[in-house]
Write a protein that binds this ligand. Structure first.
Ligand SMILES: NC(=O)C1=CN([C@@H]2O[C@H](COP(=O)(O)OP(=O)(O)OC[C@H]3O[C@@H](n4cnc5c(N)ncnc54)[C@H](OP(=O)(O)O)[C@@H]3O)[C@@H](O)[C@H]2O)C=CC1
Ligand SMILES: O=CC(=O)O
Length: 389
């Protein structure tokens, strides 16, 4: 078994139980306990008495050590205290009562959402999905998910619902509009919005969710289509800390690293800072490639030189060859990058931070949108630069 998936499954078994499972048992860390633990998880939530997991201090099993840390954070008592308790049975943990609405939900199956939802399915938990254009639910339904007609229906069937939506206006509508998330939020239900939005939007959604007794976490991500498919996103979470711990397993299958950044809005702000830098870099990179060509240099040579120097980076390496070919299939749509520049500049206004470089880059992204390039990859900003007279 893939150790990452095993770790995720173990975490998941704990975090969907309510109250959180306790009673960590030290076992010699050999494969039989692990196999038995995995079997218990695979065979369903009522595996209670079978559910045992071990931890060890040997240095070879880093994943399990990480898992042990997680256990202690689900139950805030020190690990030593937990160890003295017997494992709880399924009836003690209350799992039988969770059959209704025990699974996960996912709203928004665009480029990112479809990949993230597919990774959630790897946890083996019921998944209910919704997308405005319902045909995009089909690939998930084929893999075992259930399609719902409204966001509220997803929330009513799920314990924790995730969302990956286009922009602040859409995130707000889906959360608080008619048939939206808030309509079905009750105490015990949680919402994790992973869309890139501004802090104000996130705060508004958070208030609406918590006013109905639910928990809210924002979790925008850094990383594009391929990292989303590979479960390698960087998750920038903020808000309800208990929920942050409870979504450790989903975050584990969707991402390679999750940060907890404190109060609501901090995740959104961090994402905007990062994407402001990325948009400015892509614009400068495009200017460099275009300048090189017009000055009689080979663009492929520019890529080779950049790759060997101090400003080598994965984005230039990944996007450079396709930019040179004039190919811009959308991984990160240009319209979303321009939205992020706009939101980052608004944040700059709020805190009186001058951002002349980002402001100039935003003008180029706006021009690219006006050229009809919004649905292309954001690297198509090159065309707005190269084709300027
Ligand atoms: N692509 C990337 O590399 C990354 C994107 N992001 C962020 O993730 C979010 C999603 O991005 P991505 O998947 O690329 O975008 P897409 O444009 O592929 O998907 C957008 C999603 O929002 C939905 N949507 C759009 N308008 C509405 C509406 N009016 N009502 C309801 N739903 C709507 C779409 O539904 P429908 O299918 O019906 O149009 C779709 O599910 C954005 O906030 C983006 O900035 C973050 C990191 C990386
Ligand atoms: O938001 C886009 C990304 O690549 O990160």
């Amino acid at each position: 078994m893939n150790p990452v998936l095993l770790r995720s499954s173990l975490r998941h078994a704990i975090c969907l139980s309510s109250p959180p499972l306790r009673g960590i048992v030290d076992t010699p860390l050999v494969s039989p306990p692990l196999a038995s633990c995995w079997r218990s998880h695979r065979d369903g939530w009522n595996a209670g008495p079978e559910l045992r997991w071990g931890t060890t201090s040997t240095s070879s099993l880093k994943g399990l050590r990480k898992f042990k840390v997680f256990c202690s954070s689900v139950d805030s008592r020190p690990v030593g205290e937990q160890r003295d308790e017997a494992p709880v049975s399924s009836s003690q943990s209350g799992k039988e009562e969770q059959i209704e609405g025990e699974g996960y939900g996912f709203l928004g199956l665009g480029i990112m959402g479809v990949a993230m939802a597919k990774n959630l399915l790897k946890l083996g938990v019921p998944l209910t999905v919704w997308n405005r254009s319902s045909d995009k639910c089909a690939p998930l339904v084929e893999l075992g998910a259930t399609a719902a007609k409204t966001p509220a229906e997803v929330v009513s069937k799920s314990k924790i619902t995730f969302a990956m939506l286009a922009d602040p206006a859409v995130a707000l509508t889906v959360a608080v509009g008619p048939g939206g998330v808030v309509d079905a939020i009750t105490p015990g239900k949680s919402y994790v919005d992973m869309s890139t939005v501004d802090a104000e939007t996130s705060v508004t959604i958070s208030k609406a969710i918590t006013s109905k007794g639910g928990r809210f976490l924002e979790g925008p991500v850094s990383g594009s289509k391929k990292p989303a498919e590979d479960g390698q996103l960087v998750i920038l979470a903020a808000g309800d800390e208990s929920l942050y711990h409870d979504v450790a397993a989903p975050f584990d299958v969707m991402g390679k690293k999750a940060f907890y950044l404190g109060e609501i809005g901090n995740g959104a702000k961090m994402k905007l800072v990062v994407n402001m830098v990325m948009g400015s870099m892509m614009t400068a990179f495009s200017e460099g490639l275009s300048l090189a060509e017009k000055a009689g240099l080979k663009q492929t040579d520019v890529l080779d030189v950049l790759e060997l120097g101090a400003i080598a980076n994965p984005m230039f390496k990944l996007k450079g060859p396709s930019v040179i070919k004039g190919s811009f299939p959308p991984a990160f749509p240009l319209k979303h990058q321009q939205k992020d520049m706009r939101l980052a500049l608004a944040l700059g206004d709020e805190v009186a931070q001058p951002m002349p470089v980002a402001a100039a880059a935003n003008e180029v992204f706006k021009k690219a949108r006006n050229l009809g390039l919004g649905d292309n990859d954001f690297s198509a900003v090159y065309k707005a630069i190269a084709e300027s007279s």
